[in-house]
Design a protein around this ligand. Structure first.
Ligand SMILES: NC(=O)c1ccc[n+]([C@@H]2O[C@H](COP(=O)([O-])OP(=O)(O)OC[C@H]3O[C@@H](n4cnc5c(N)ncnc54)[C@H](OP(=O)(O)O)[C@@H]3O)[C@@H](O)[C@H]2O)c1
Length: 334
């Protein structure tokens, strides 16, 4: 079998990421062998390879956090009824989904039924679950409430907008490129504002007196948070889910102390670890059904076979990208 591994932490992935061939592994007692159908390249994978992620690589470390595939063999302690089932592979950053086949603990797979597009299912474990938690676990949102999100054209943003729309929650979407406005608008964002000069004034003007109960922040640093925080209601909540600038989000003191705005955070691995198994299965089943109904999806820009991993990683790191990059078995690229 073929798999992509990280051979050194940091530096250029052209030199630190390699495709290797190994004998097909046999699953241990509580493990399953999954034939991978699709596995995305996420920013987290690139951060992991750089040594900037919440989990530090143990090289050689298998690459690829999430994906979807069919169970083709199970260990002695796993029900054989799983063989042939399609499963989501949840992220561990230990086992790697950028592979033809991968052995994973049965506790890290979630069976999914239905006929949803495997590319969309492959992206379900991380970003849609992130969007789901961001909208459910921090503020008790009701129809008609307002949520703000920057980096709104990201896959996380796309899922947040779709899930909020379904719940009747209004979204103020902030993007940094004018050309992404139509996509975000089409997804159902109530208001779209392009980051830039006087962002805070333009957002307040667009909201026309309404305030955000929840602000989802992915850029980090001072801007655009300082500008957007002005439109968060007193006692409202900011949840940091990413820091694209590499800087910790800085909530202005006046919002934090005088207006009681809370700054909280989300990390997918903590969410998976602390969410009871039955609840995880319920949420992923709901999300898979929404994928099948085409209620949620993320734009796909390209798919690559494992052999073209260097092209795939360079493409994933490119600015101006309009969708996600995924690995698929050779001969099935779209
Ligand atoms: N905390 C968690 O557990 C968790 C879970 C899921 C995702 N995330 C994080 O959430 C973010 C979005 O993930 P994704 O997979 O949805 O991303 P994606 O679809 O690949 O999109 C990347 C987004 O980042 C924006 N961006 C990149 N560099 C930026 C910068 N310096 N300043 C402002 N915006 C910048 C891009 O804007 P343009 O399109 O304008 O280039 C785009 O909106 C990533 O940082 C990811 O690591 C975190």
């Amino acid at each position: 079998m073929n798999k992509i591994i990280l051979t050194a932490v940091g530096g250029n992935t052209d030199e630190t990421v390699a495709l290797v061939q190994e004998p097909t592994p046999t699953p241990g007692a509580d493990e399953v062998l999954v034939a991978v159908e699709a596995a995305p390249v996420n920013n987290a994978d690139l951060l992991f390879a750089a040594g900037w992620f919440g989990v530090y690589p143990q090289v050689p470390n298998a690459m690829g956090a999430e994906g979807v595939g069919r169970v083709i063999a199970v260990g002695a302690g796993v029900s054989s009824s799983l063989v042939g089932e399609r499963v989501l592979v949840l992220p561990t950053f230990v086992q790697g989904t950028w592979a033809d086949q991968v052995v994973v603990p049965v506790s890290t797979v979630v069976p999914v039924t239905g006929k949803a597009d495997p590319l969309q299912l492959a992206m379900l474990p991380v970003n849609p679950a992130t969007a789901y938690s961001l909208l459910h676990d921090y503020v008790d949102l009701r129809a008609g409430d307002w949520v703000g999100i920057d980096m709104a054209n990201s896959a996380v943003g796309q899922y947040v907008i779709a899930l909020a729309k379904k719940a009747g929650v209004n979204v103020l979407a902030v993007v940094r490129r004018e050309e992404t406005v139509p996509l975000v608008r089409e997804l159902g964002a109530t208001l779209v504002v392009v980051d830039g000069e006087d962002l805070g004034d333009r957002v307040a003007q667009a909201l026309d007196g309404k305030q955000l109960r929840l602000l989802l922040e992915g850029v980090g640093g001072t801007e655009p948070l300082e500008q957007l925080a002005r439109s968060v209601e007193a006692g409202g909540t900011v949840v940091a889910f990413s820091a694209a600038t590499g800087q910790s989000p800085a909530l202005p003191l006046a919002d934090l102390i005088y207006r009681g705005v809370s700054l909280r955070s989300f990390f997918i691995l903590n969410w998976i670890r602390t969410t009871p198994r039955a609840e995880l299965e319920r949420i992923y089943a709901e999300l898979a059904e929404l994928v099948e109904q085409n209620v949620i999806n993320a734009t796909v820009e390209a798919t690559y076979p494992l052999a073209k991993h260097q092209e795939a990683l360079a493409h994933a790191a490119r600015t101006g990208r309009t969708g996600k990059i995924l690995f698929v078995p050779a001969g099935t690229t779209r």
